[in-house]
Design a protein around this ligand. Structure first.
Ligand code: M6R
Length: 366
């Protein structure tokens, strides 16, 4: 049932090109002008007058929500708040009938996410669920469902579900932008076209997994690692860090690159590995200066970026180049090397990859 792979996690990582295609199928029209999301069932009047969007979820699904916030705010120009479900449900959130709440859950059974959904509904907000399990509790209770078609995810560490949740957010954002006239047609088209082709890029990264395994071999005995980035890269850094902690038990932290000098830089000493994500053109120079900042303290830096005309020496000790795509879609690519890194680090450490200690696949109690 592992189809020849050593672990479900590795199988699921390799299923991502397929999962992405399945999630996008039928949801981008032929000439890439529109996202087709009839299942949302949101009336044009509601969408036009939308007040605010809230995203709430746990763990990896929450990290997808953080990417979702950046995407929706950028494309739709509506304010988006993103909250961990166990926080949202108890913070007496200021939501009402003009708001849309997006809950994200692979399993559709997570207790806190389900409670957050109920909280949102009881206050009159509309709830859209992004979930992977047809007929799950969250799918049944939400006003509408945007299914991810990742297929069953068995490994406790979520991988292909995350990538398909990101795809769902891109579709949702482009759809909302279309309905609200918030994005020029050509920009929508550029994004949808690139999104439709993105599974090739994911496949290319998977074909180069050996390079990532070598980095994991180099760092698997370290006690602590940092992931840094800005904007969308910061959001993905959070997921990379969780993945590593969850299955390899190496302590990791994700940091907004600009925040380092407000405290964390104190922990950057000789030989500390820092994985820097630098995919966003408008933030590139800023992240580059943070790379210099940690290098100056002796960090060993691995930088994930797109090929460009910059001096590769400046980009740290090791570079992982991503296949070209629309930079706004980078999260779907960047996370893949981070998943592979966590996977191989866990394997080299002899960890129980598919069933890490203390964790369950589905958290149905508070
Ligand atoms: O099924 P859900 O998406 O609601 O699960 C949420 C989290 O429990 C889950 O993403 C967890 O963080 C994963 N083990 C992370 O890999």
């Amino acid at each position: 049932e592992k189809a020849g792979y050593d672990h479900f996690m590795l199988k699921e990582i390799h299923e991502q090109p397929r999962a992405l295609r399945d999630t996008l199928r039928g949801r981008i029209d032929d000439d890439c002008r529109r996202a087709v999301l009839d299942e949302l069932n949101l009336e044009p009047g509601f969408v036009k007058n939308l007040n605010k969007i809230f995203v709430t979820a746990c763990g990896t699904a929450f990290h997808a929500g953080v990417v979702g916030k950046y995407i929706i705010e950028k494309l739709v120009r509506l304010p988006v708040e993103v909250d961990i479900a166990s926080e949202f449900r108890y913070r007496d959130p200021l939501i009402g009938p003009g708001d849309l709440v997006v809950v994200v859950s692979q399993s559709g059974e997570t207790a806190d996410t389900r409670a957050a959904l109920r909280e949102a509904k009881s206050r009159g907000a509309r709830v859209v669920a992004i979930t992977n399990v047809v007929g799950s509790s969250i799918a049944r209770e939400a006003d509408s469902v945007l299914y991810t078609w990742a297929g069953p995810e068995i490994a406790v560490a979520s991988t292909k579900a995350y990538v398909t949740q990101l795809a769902a957010f891109y579709l949702l954002a482009v759809w909302l932008a279309g309905e609200r006239g918030a994005l020029p047609g050509e920009e929508r088209e550029d994004l949808l076209r690139a999104l439709r082709e993105l599974h090739h890029g994911v496949g290319q990264i998977l074909a180069g997994a050996g390079e990532i395994a070598a980095l994991a071999r180099r760092y698997h005995q370290r006690h602590c690692l940092f992931f840094i980035g800005r904007g969308l890269d910061y959001a993905v850094a959070m997921e990379g860090s969780l993945k590593l902690k969850e299955i390899s038990y190496i302590h990791a932290e994700a940091y907004a690159a600009g925040e380092l000098k407000h405290g964390t830089l104190a922990l950057i000493t000789e030989g500390v590995p820092v994985i820097a994500l630098a995919t966003q053109p408008e933030l590139f120079e800023k992240t580059l200066s943070n790379i210099k900042e940690v290098k100056a303290r002796g960090a060993e830096v691995v930088t994930l970026t797109f090929q460009g005309d910059h001096d590769s020496e400046e980009l740290g000790d090791f570079r992982v180049y991503l296949p070209p795509t629309h930079p706004f879609l980078a999260p779907i690519l960047t996370v893949v090397p981070l998943q592979l890194f966590a996977y191989y680090a866990a394997v080299y450490r002899g960890c129980s990859v598919d069933k890490p200690r203390n964790l369950a696949k589905s958290v149905t109690v508070e």
